[in-house]
Design a protein around this ligand. Structure first.
Ligand code: NAD
Length: 344
């Protein structure tokens, strides 16, 4: 089969012919139809410090996918061949206290599809049946390709009650934009989204026209807040940039007792005055991955009840043209880039 492989410990990815993966008794073989490129895949392409420390070479990359089940292992009864599916890219163990208690997303032994174990940028993918999520008929295969990051957005946005609240989102990357869409769906009042990349803010306006985009190098967030009459500060903050200036700005614009959920991964440690958090009595919650499988249930239900993030797709390409996809992702101008694995 064709697969996109991190074949050498240098910048780049290579489309190669490799054997189809073996399927164990508890596994499912999926014919991959659509995949989406994630920031993690770009880190692996770039072969930055994080990738060098975490990704063994060679490795089939990719973890955002939708496809159709081709074959199931002998012990698998919940799903069957022919089903349209996506799946959770975090493969958990069975030993930790968190797993034994059913808090699967908190398992310290988690392995990442396309990071530590063979991934989805291929014609065929094998994952444990446990990880497979069947798709409702009205959820498109293209959407299935980026349920994983939508799940990050849903997990973060559902950390706190958003109904009637004023919400500040820092970072209008694909996940920040989807978080704005989810926040709107959950009934927030004002949604303000900051970034320093005008292309990203433009995309935000396309996907979530009722969110307020703020370019923080050009506009003062105090003015925006005053204009919207958010007098005491934002009730909820969703940190989606991993950028120190964005997080510090968020803290300064929160209401006393405000709540912040943090998804963005900092490239380096923040130099932070902890007093700024304490004196505002801020609650902070770190968000990792998606809750298995409550986040999946909620996001599919939201998609079935009007949540629409399809305009986040900026590029649709045959998988054979993956290089174009990675080039636009690396330019910072893309939303979601979908690769079609029925055209390799
Ligand atoms: N915790 C998890 O499980 C998990 C999972 C997936 C992604 N992530 C992280 O979530 C974040 C969002 O993911 P993404 O794919 O949308 O990332 P992205 O890198 O595409 O988006 C981040 C955005 O933040 C913006 N930004 C940079 N500096 C800023 C500033 N000072 N103020 C406001 N915005 C600023 C960037 O311009 C960019 O648009 C990333 O940090 C990613 O690593 C975490």
């Amino acid at each position: 089969m064709k697969a996109l492989v991190k074949a050498q410990a240098v910048e780049g990815l290579w489309m190669q012919d490799i054997p189809e993966p073996d399927i164990g008794p508890d596994d499912v073989l999926i014919r991959v139809h659509n995949t989406a490129i994630c920031g993690t895949d770009v880190h692996i392409y770039n072969w930055d410090d994080w990738a060098q420390k975490n990704v063994p070479v060679p490795m089939v990359v990719g973890h955002e996918f939708g496809g159709v089940i081709e074959e199931v292992g002998a012990n698998v009864h919940r799903v069957m061949p022919g089903m349209r599916v996506s799946g959770e890219g975090h493969v958990v163990g069975e030993k930790s206290r968190a797993v034994r208690a059913g808090r699967f997303h908190l398992d310290p032994d988690t392995k990442g599809v396309g990071v530590n174990i063979p991934g989805a940028f291929a014609e065929y993918l094998v994952i444990p049946a446990f990880n497979v999520v069947p798709l409702p008929d009205d959820v498109a295969m293209e959407q299935a390709a980026f349920l994983d990051p939508l799940g990050n957005a849903v997990h973060t946005a559902t950390a706190y009650d958003l109904t009637g609240e004023d919400v500040l989102i820092t970072g209008a990357g694909p996940i920040g934009i989807m978080a704005a869409a989810v926040t709107r769906h959950c009934g927030a009042r004002h949604i303000v989204v900051t970034d320093i990349n005008p292309d990203r803010l433009k995309l935000l306006e396309t996907v979530v026209p009722t969110a307020v985009p703020v370019h923080t190098m050009k506009e003062d967030l105090h003015d925006v807040q005053a204009h919207l009459k958010i007098t005491e500060g934002f009730d909820v903050g969703l940190e989606m940039s991993g950028a120190e200036p964005a997080f510090k700005q968020m803290i300064n614009h929160m209401v006393m007792g405000g709540k912040i959920a943090m998804l963005g991964l900092p490239g380096q440690p923040f130099n932070l005055d902890m007093g700024s958090l304490i004196m505002r009595a801020i609650t902070l919650k770190g968000i990792y991955g998606r809750e298995m499988f409550e986040t999946w249930h909620k996001m599919l239900a939201m998609l079935q009840s009007g949540l629409d993030v399809s305009r986040l797709i900026t590029h649709r390409l045959p998988a054979a043209e993956f290089q174009t996809g990675f080039d636009v992702m690396r330019s910072g101008k893309a939303g979601k880039v979908i690769l079609d694995w029925t055209k390799v």
